[in-house]
Design a protein around this ligand. Structure first.
Ligand code: ARG
Length: 467
């Protein structure tokens, strides 16, 4: 798509020395949004067709003019889609670029399209349609990511790994359970997306500049034609509102934070020190100097994209916070933030979905790590409560002494001879060894939402029915 530039006037006599080009050129440069809002061409044309059709239906324009307008707009759509449209910065934005082309194509009838609307409700409509489609796409992509996790969770419902708090070995869990934690997170993101679609499902067109219009328009008709539930209810709010864009960014920021935590775990898990997972070649890169290396670049970039998304959210909140009602040109700065965040979010979800599906899980390594670091200490304490009737606080103390002893001997709890354990507390019997294995530990945690394989399978079934 070509972009034409206007002639620059020579610098202004009085203060032009400060500028390389004339003031009009600078005005044009700061004012024009066509460089980025051309992304809205399909929405703009769809909106204009719905608006013109409604105008004709209401007898505000003739059906003859409407036919010309609709035909012309469809021609423009084809031109843009095939790369045969010349965007002009002099025409400022996508709305005026399309309208100017329409005038060339169909003549004076083009001038009737803008009856009973303003660029203020037009841009609110176009951008809303774009964000709504992006939310729908995000919803589908999150569903794909959740499906990837459900498959891995099913495969690893019994695979034990160390569970961490403070990144210190805490208690054994199953890898399936850990995967299901991400299903919960991305499931919440998806439900935020669904709520946002519901919030924004109102059509702005017909609010006009800010006060509505005297023409007998039918906003319910355009709302329906454009797939909205209903028209917005306050024309002033309609042209000053960008909540739908901010909500998209907020959702993207939260999902991005989740994706970044996952990326961070993958970075840690794929180190030779952990060795829990091995990334596929498709999602890692080599080093130009160190032949042994396999770097988790994609995960690192997902972690970094989160920074951009957060920046976009803060930028738009800041753009909006000082604006009096209704429209101000500041609001033109909304689009780049949303476009950039949408691109980052899509890439991040796609990359993590691929990585989760492709990575090789080293269950032997996970199991070995699960048993080290006295991860079944809580199981020993619980056994003392259950089998020997100790209050939990005392059991905790006894277990602490057992851990200290094992540590001094350089062995695991299960390696301590019974005599050593009995010296610490006489009620301990050889039955205790049954709970000191990691398998017994995870199998015992059957509480709702717990890590026992049976419980993990129950949660998988719950999500499968909803995905
Ligand atoms: N390009 C403008 C934007 O994105 C369109 C609306 C312009 N409205 C106006 N009153 N200047 O916000």
């Amino acid at each position: 798509m070509a972009e034409s530039n206007t002639d620059t006037k020579s610098s202004n006599q009085m203060w032009g020395g400060r500028f390389a080009s004339g003031p009009d050129a600078i005005m044009e440069e700061i004012n024009a949004s066509i460089g980025f809002d051309k992304k809205l061409f399909a929405q703009d044309i769809r909106g204009s067709i719905a608006h013109a059709t409604m105008l004709a239906h209401q007898g505000i324009i003739s059906s003859d003019d409407n036919d010309k307008i609709v035909h012309g707009l469809n021609t423009i759509l084809a031109e843009i889609e095939s790369g045969n449209f010349e965007f002009s910065r002099r025409l400022e934005d996508i709305h005026m670029n399309i309208e100017a082309r329409l005038a060339t194509l169909i003549g004076p009838a083009a001038g009737r399209l803008h009856t009973a609307r303003s660029r203020n409700d037009q841009v609110a409509l176009d951008f809303r349609l774009w964000v709504k489609e992006e939310l729908e796409k995000t919803e589908r992509m999150l569903t794909g990511l959740i499906a990837a996790f459900l498959d891995r969770a099913e495969e690893h419902a019994e695979s034990v790994m160390p569970g961490f708090t403070h990144l210190q070995t805490a208690q054994p869990v199953t890898f399936g359970h850990h995967c299901m934690a991400y299903v919960e997170m991305f499931g919440r993101d998806r439900s935020r997306v669904r709520h946002a679609i519901e919030h924004m499902d109102e059509s702005p067109i017909g609010a006009a500049a800010l006060a509505g219009t005297g023409y007998p328009i039918d906003r319910h008709m355009t709302a329906k034609a454009l797939g909205f539930r209903e028209p917005t209810r306050n024309s002033i709010d309609t042209v000053s509102d960008r909540d739908f864009a901010i909500e998209f960014l907020a959702i993207a920021a939260i999902a991005g934070m989740h994706l970044s935590r996952l990326a961070e775990e993958i970075v840690i898990w794929s180190t030779p020190q952990f060795g829990f997972v091995r990334l596929s070649d498709a999602f890692s890169t080599g080093s130009s100097i160190m032949p042994q290396k396999k770097n988790p670049d994609a995960a690192e970039l997902v972690r970094a994209k989160t920074g951009r998304i957060n920046g976009s959210l803060i930028a738009l909140l800041t753009i909006m916070k000082g604006l009096p009602l209704a429209y101000s040109k500041d609001m033109q700065e909304d689009k780049e933030q949303v476009f950039d965040a949408a691109e980052s979010l899509e890439l991040a979800i796609a990359a993590m979905t691929g990585m989760v599906r492709d990575m090789t899980v080293n269950t032997a390594r996970m199991k070995a790590a699960a048993g080290s670091g006295y991860s079944t200490a809580t199981d020993l304490a619980d056994w003392l409560v259950r089998e020997a009737g100790l209050p939990f606080r005392d059991a905790h103390h006894v277990t602490g002494r057992a851990v200290a002893l094992a540590e001094s001997k350089g062995c695991e709890l299960a390696d301590l001879p019974l005599s050593d354990l009995q010296a610490i507390h006489s009620a301990i019997t050889d039955k205790v060894y049954d709970v000191l294995t990691v398998e017994a530990s995870v199998a015992s945690r059957k509480s709702f939402g717990g890590t026992a394989p049976s419980e993990v399978r129950r949660q998988i079934a719950f999500w499968r029915a909803r995905n």
